[in-house]
Design a protein around this ligand. Structure first.
Ligand code: MOS
Length: 762
């Protein structure tokens, strides 16, 4: 734990809890199933995504990727490419502008920007992974750039790369920390507890690499201006962090970098911190023209990392009555020397079950590959696969219903942090889910249900994702016509951010929905080192907007109270209610328009910051859920079809049921892919990804996904802004385990290696 975190946690104990947010109990837009505010422009094709911006005199860049995993570039023959029609430049390490190596992710100082790897970007002849960009061709059209890129000849002095996860296992090391948490935790005596246990399980669970496949590939347009600044359209999960990173790399002031991202076609953790953005900016500098760089699908596999390969070992022991007595969960993941990111697969066992004896620990091996990164519930998705499979295995050993087994082991307080839960109603989510799914009708006996050629089974698993909130800034402007503009640098990656934020701001301000605009996706907005990641954005932005609204109300009250005839004379801010387009004290009040018009002021504006996330320091906070599913496994071919799904969640209040259900569903769909179809095929001899295309990397399609039913508790978490915890990532967690558990119920075969392909079931 860092010193800063320790101080915060200590201080947090003495900070009184914020009072229950009065908006939780008031009817408003929050909690309503509203259609996305940008739905219409998207359906009409009018929403501009990064690659769609039109800039005059644009040139197009196409990277050339290394075909060795380690070594040196001996020679680049760019002659033919340079002679090809329409080519403006072939950029290599020999002629690229000087760029500082980017800063690596550091959550204690995130404000300076970051990349997932601190390797210099195309600054020397070194090659660090198969797929690293070694040249960038810029031409008048995309087609000409692509053709010329195919003419670039690169000769290498190859060295033997470290690319075998299996081979490097003996050299695994304990990382200094895992996302700021200690890599190992030990409570009690697990060995003794296991000896005394009535039942135990001890298994290894494996998951392959997975790659990001957002429908919109990574895209950038860079435009330098005459005064040495640069404007960048970039498909990024954080405009501010990208601006800071670019400023750092190009030695500019942050004010001289403007990053804009109105819409993203998905992000999932993969759209931040990769070298495609600085390379585009560098190319634009070289050719002195606007340059567009859109990665091909193959490009996203070559130069953007995904989820690491992993191997986890889970050992559980329990008494006959189902009480867990020992829990061991260790994990091994891969990373790179330049990235050093150990995916937090052992986070779920730190918080899910009440076992008096526990050991969790993680190790990493260093490979010469593209850096791994966050991919929707990084760690928690694979972590819940291992832990929740093992829980099912132990329930089977105990001849106990897996839902009941989990209920018995529900902790009273956080099992490893020794703090209270802010709000945890996982048992209720299980109860409601089981009822709706019809769980009681399930036969616990494996291979007992058959429908013709199909073996049928049901499985269940816990979903878990921690709560996160970052300190943030927001600005609110109220205009004399009674409308309001809320400004915060959030990212709209498709999940309905703008809609949720307008709902919140409208309620906070007491304004009709159509009187509120939300401006986001632009680094010139209040600078916040925040990203749409870690499922934090809604809570983070709510807290900042709440602070800014309070501030703007304070100003308005002052303005009104300058007049002796004000209906708000003598009122204190705490007594005021914002409703009906103004401020009210009981039945008396004034509209915003009236206050501003009488003061002859066109608008009033305030910026404010939310404080540090004391609630996270003081409480154990997370979103929870129960994933129920049914699978059908073909008795002859081993084909697995998911035939039913029900996700029952406990994530606090739900801001917008319509967009929230979509987000849960999206996570579950991605989990189905993780469980059954997706796998990055990696050549362990050469270190090359062999299936860099959607033709060979199989994301689930419509026919792979059944109707997904989503329910939730809707119990407010009073420690979170408006009672709402994050929902962006939890959907994928528990999915692979629920499927593996259902496959076991259907077939009697326990698959511990993802993906669950038919060859493993024959
Ligand atoms: Mo999420 S993997 O933190 O975008």
């Amino acid at each position: 734990m860092s010193v800063m975190q320790h101080i915060l946690e200590t201080v947090a104990q003495f900070v009184p809890d914020k009072k229950r947010d009065p908006l939780i109990d008031r009817d408003g837009y929050l909690g309503q199933s509203l259609a996305r505010v940008d739905g219409e422009v998207k359906v009409r094709g009018e929403a501009r995504f990064t690659a769609e911006f039109k800039v005059d005199h644009m040139a197009y860049a196409v990277p050339v990727y290394s075909t060795i995993a380690k070594g040196k570039i001996r020679k680049i023959d760019a002659g033919a490419a340079e002679q090809a029609p329409g080519v403006l430049a072939v950029i290599t390490h020999e002629n690229i502008p000087k760029m500082k190596a980017p800063p690596i992710v550091d959550f204690h100082d995130i404000g300076k920007g970051f990349a997932l790897s601190d390797l210099p970007i195309m600054q020397n002849a070194e090659v660090h992974w198969d797929g690293e960009p070694v040249a960038l061709v810029v031409a008048e059209t995309l087609e000409r750039a692509e053709y010329a890129a195919s003419l670039v000849r690169v000769e290498y002095d190859a060295e033997t790369p470290n690319v075998s996860f299996e081979g490097l296992k003996p050299e695994a090391v304990v990382p200094p920390d895992i996302m700021g948490e200690p890599p190992e935790l030990k409570i009690g005596d697990v060995d003794k507890a296991l000896q005394e246990a009535d039942a135990s399980v001890d298994h290894v669970y494996r998951a392959p690499r997975y790659n990001h496949n957002a429908i919109e590939p990574h895209a950038t347009i860079a435009v330098w201006n005459d005064s040495g600044g640069v404007a960048v359209f970039d498909a990024t999960q954080s405009v501010n962090l990208t601006a800071h990173t670019l400023a750092y790399i190009f030695d500019l002031k942050t004010e001289d970098v403007r990053v804009v991202a109105p819409f993203l076609g998905g992000g999932f953790g993969g759209k931040i911190g990769w070298s495609n953005t600085p390379l585009c900016v560098a190319a634009s500098k070289v050719v002195n023209r606007p340059v567009k760089l859109v990665l091909s699908r193959e490009g996203t596999f070559r130069m953007v990392g995904g989820r690491t390969i992993s191997e986890q070992h889970v050992v559980l022991g329990a008494r006959k009555d189902g009480q867990l007595t020992a829990l061991i969960h260790t994990g091994l993941t891969a990373t790179t020397h330049s990235g050093r990111y150990a995916e937090q697969c052992t986070f779920p066992p730190r918080h899910l079950y009440a076992s008096p004896n526990l050991f969790v620990g993680q190790k990493i091996v260093y490979l010469d590959t593209v850096a791994n990164t966050w991919m929707r519930a990084p760690g928690e998705s694979i972590g819940t696969f291992a832990l929740e499979s093992a829980m099912d295995e132990l329930a089977h050993e105990l001849r106990m219903d897996p839902v009941e087994f989990r209920r018995i082991n529900e902790p009273e307080k956080d099992p490893t942090k020794d703090t209270e839960f802010s709000s945890r109603n996982l048992t209720e989510a299980y109860r409601r889910g089981a009822e709706k799914f019809g769980w009681s009708a399930r036969n616990r006996e494996p291979r007992s249900q058959r429908d013709g050629q199909w073996l049928v089974g049901q499985g269940v698993a816990t979903a878990y994702y921690p709560y996160l909130r970052f300190p943030a800034k927001a600005r609110v402007r109220i205009c004399a016509d009674g409308s309001a503009i809320v400004l915060a640098p959030a990212s709209e990656m498709g999940m309905g951010t703008a809609t949720a934020q307008i709902q919140h701001a409208a309620d906070r301000l007491g304004l009709p929905l159509d009187r509120v605009t939300f401006q986001y996706g632009d680094s010139s907005l209040p600078d916040t080192p925040m990203m749409a990641g870690g499922s934090n954005q809604t809570a983070t932005t709510f807290a900042a907007v709440r602070a800014a609204v309070e501030q703007v109300h304070r100003e308005l009250l002052k303005l009104a109270q300058k007049r002796s005839d004000s209906a708000l004379a003598g009122a204190k801010l705490e007594q005021i209610e914002a409703r009906d387009g103004g401020l009210f004290l009981g039945g008396q009040g004034e509209t915003y328009a009236a206050i501003l018009q009488k003061a002859a002021q066109p608008s009033v504006e305030a910026e404010a910051s939310s404080g540090p996330p004391m609630e996270m320091m003081k409480y154990s906070m997370a979103s929870y859920g129960a994933q129920f599913c049914e699978v059908r496994v073909h008795a002859e071919t081993g084909e697995v079809r998911v035939s039913r799904w029900l996700g029952s969640f406990d994530c606090g209040t739900i801001v917008n049921p319509k967009t929230a259900a979509s987000q849960f569903r999206g996570g579950i769909v991605m989990g189905i892919g993780m469980a059954l179809t997706e796998e990055t095929l990696f050549d362990e001899r050469r270190g090359r990804i062999m299936n860099p295309s959607l033709a060979e990397y199989h994301v689930p399609v419509n026919l792979d996904v059944p109707y997904i039913e989503i329910i939730w508790n809707d119990i407010p978490d009073e420690k979170a802004p408006w009672g709402a915890r994050g929902i962006g990532e939890i959907g994928i967690t528990g999915v692979a385990a629920a499927i593996a558990n259902a496959v076991f119920n259907a077939t009697g075969k326990r698959i511990r290696d993802l993906p669950i392909t038919l060859d493993k079931l024959l």
